[in-house]
Design a protein around this ligand. Structure first.
Ligand code: GCB
Length: 590
């Protein structure tokens, strides 16, 4: 029996305010600890999992239960850890059992962890790669903290509740689509639920480096270092890039420090993705990162990488897998990049939410440029301040996580959101937030088209460095005449990236002419699109929609059967469609 039930065993039946205690102590970008160069103890592996459609676990406080076996219970209970299924973390529950496929609700994950205090005083954190959408973390029955946002990392401190020996860790994960969330109800991908990225335990000193970054100054002549400490302490931080013979000190005041150190570096680029080992030490803590140095800017309608114009030959990709759902393994990420390189790409748009942290790390090594974004997708409750706070936090968590990744050149703040004053204020705020936190990168969003006058026209464009243009002329529109008008009529004054274009094709389905869902039309579609896109001087890149077919429950024709079939490769991630070669030829010739 929990303490709560001792008062009145039936109170929870009528309590509709049961979630209130968990709206406090939310983990945010402010409490995130950068993992880089740290020894983390993995908590992946087998956990017990129990689905919880009614939030019974919060109502009845399942996290408070002791572990007495059922034979010794004084009164009956509705939860037993051992009765939960054994599941592997990370995973998405939808793909673990056919009957869980459509489940949108909550689940309780439980495991035990052993901990012994170290010699020096330390602080212990639990770090989560991502949990979709909300998570609440409990240790030995105590609520440690929660998190909102389905694709960004978070940390909660466990120090006060850890005991030597065996500890019970429980995580409530919930993926309901709600009006106040980002994204909201309506998305064109699968709403996988679960603890689907890595979980780890971090042992840190009393004062530690929360995050540290190093980036090339816009003139390319110096490296700009920044550090944020866990406490508002002052002192000197030591910086080192041994390969460059760079050793410098940085003054930290009230937990913050920054300094610019002149140095000559070999620039990171797709042709030469040079990375340097950067060490930052402060207050007995040290982080080590492999960082590439490059500049990215716009000039008129051009994008300049290291001062030289670059045309972004790109492809969009979702995190989706027949077997693993939204779980990304290193092998899967490497396969995505291999296929992108086969296409001749130098650029990927990671649609439509922050992808696994490894994606940008591997892109750094492989010399691929990235557009990373947050799921401000279609309809969002733009006038809700709590929704803005959530979106802003997801953006900040993404930026802090990937701040040291040379591959990431664009922060995407949204996708195809209807134009209202509230949306403009909301997304303008996000664009300004990205610039404030990270002036070293460009901002973009998939913007709007005026369909009456056929022009690229979006008030948000004034707040962005690059205009993203999603257009499907020849697919959702019967022909390309609208595209001809749109491209001729527009005079955006800044670079445009075609951030999506594509057509569905079922692998093996053939036909001549504009026969929808055939490989042949998808291939012809790309020939027609590419010709027009290339002839448009203000277009600085293309991210074709997209690499692989992916699950989406809103698509239910006989051709689709729960999948978006605009992949250049089928959902098996192996079978190439005709259009794969067409795009390869286009990119080779460009
Ligand atoms: C879009 C959306 C993308 C969809 C795609 C489509 O414009 O941004 O999420 O999946 O179109 O296939 O219609």
């Amino acid at each position: 029996m929990t303490a709560h039930e001792a008062d009145d065993p039936f109170a929870h039946l009528h309590d509709e305010d049961y979630a209130r205690p968990f709206s406090r102590r939310l983990a945010t970008a402010e409490t995130l600890v950068a993992l880089s160069g740290r020894k983390a103890h993995s908590l992946d592996g087998e956990w017990h999992m129990t689905l919880d459609l009614f939030d019974e676990g919060l109502r009845q406080r399942w996290y408070e239960l002791d572990e007495t076996p059922p034979s010794q219970w004084a009164t009956p209970r509705d939860y037993e850890i051992e009765a939960g299924e054994c599941v592997h973390v990370p995973s998405c529950w939808n793909v673990l059992k056919p009957e869980w496929f459509h489940f949108e609700g909550a689940a309780w994950y439980t495991r035990w962890l052993n901990w012994e205090p170290g010699e020096a005083a330390e602080r212990v954190f639990l770090s989560f790669g991502a949990a979709n959408y909300a998570a609440l973390v409990f240790l030995n029955g105590a609520y440690l903290g929660g998190h909102q946002g389905g694709s960004t990392p978070f940390c909660v401190e466990a120090s006060a509740h850890l005991k030597p020996g065996r500890n019970r860790l429980q995580v409530y994960v919930e993926n309901r689509r709600r009006h106040d969330r980002v994204p909201m109800h309506h998305i064109d991908w699968f709403n996988y639920g679960g603890l689907y990225r890595e979980v780890a335990l971090l042992r840190l000193p009393q004062v530690f480096i929360r995050n540290a970054s190093a980036s090339l100054t816009p003139d390319g002549a110096a490296v700009h270092f920044r550090l944020s400490a866990s406490e508002p302490v002052s002192g000197m931080a030591e910086l080192e890039i041994a390969e460059l013979d760079l050793r410098a000190s940085m003054r930290v005041e009230s937990g913050k420090g920054e300094v610019t150190v002149p140095v000559s570096v070999t620039r990171w680029s797709p042709a030469e993705p040079k990375l340097y080992e950067v060490r930052v030490a402060f207050a007995g803590d040290i982080v080590i990162e492999r960082i590439g140095f490059r500049t990215i800017e716009t000039r008129g309608t051009e994008i300049l990488l290291n001062g030289e114009p670059i045309w972004l030959k790109g492809i969009c990709v979702h995190e989706d897998d027949l077997e693993h759902g939204k779980v990304s393994t290193e092998a899967d990420i490497r396969r995505r990049f291999r296929h992108a390189k086969e296409l001749g790409c130098n650029f990927l748009r990671l649609a439509h939410y922050p992808h696994h942290e490894l994606a940008a790390r591997i892109a750094d090594e492989e010399g691929l440029l990235l557009w990373a974004e947050i799921p401000v997708y279609w309809a969002i409750d733009f006038s809700n301040p709590a929704t803005l706070a959530d979106a802003r936090n997801q953006l900040c968590e993404l930026i802090l996580r990937d701040m040291n990744r040379a591959s990431v050149i664009i922060w995407g703040v949204g996708n195809e959101n209807a134009d209202t004053d509230a949306r403009l204020a909301f997304m303008g705020d996000l664009a300004a937030t990205a610039k404030r936190l990270d002036p070293s990168r460009l901002t973009s969003a998939a913007c709007l088209i005026n369909r009456e006058h056929f022009t690229i026209e979006d008030r948000l464009a004034d707040h962005l460095d690059i205009i993203g243009l999603n257009e499907y002329f020849g697919w959702y529109e019967a022909d390309f005449s609208g595209l001809d008008r749109l491209l001729a009529n527009s005079n955006p004054g800044k670079p445009v990236i075609v951030s999506e274009t594509g057509a569905d094709a079922v692998t093996g389905n053939r036909g001549a002419g504009r026969v929808l869902f055939t490989e042949d039309w998808q291939a012809e579609f790309y020939r027609e699109q590419f010709r027009r896109i290339l002839a448009t001087p203000y277009i600085a890149g293309l991210a074709a929609w997209l690499l692989y077919d992916f699950r989406t429950e809103r698509r239910q024709t006989g051709f689709q059967r729960g999948y978006n079939r605009k992949g250049l490769i089928g959902s098996d991630k192996t079978t190439k469609k005709l259009a794969f070669e067409v795009l390869t030829d286009c990119y080779r010739d460009k």
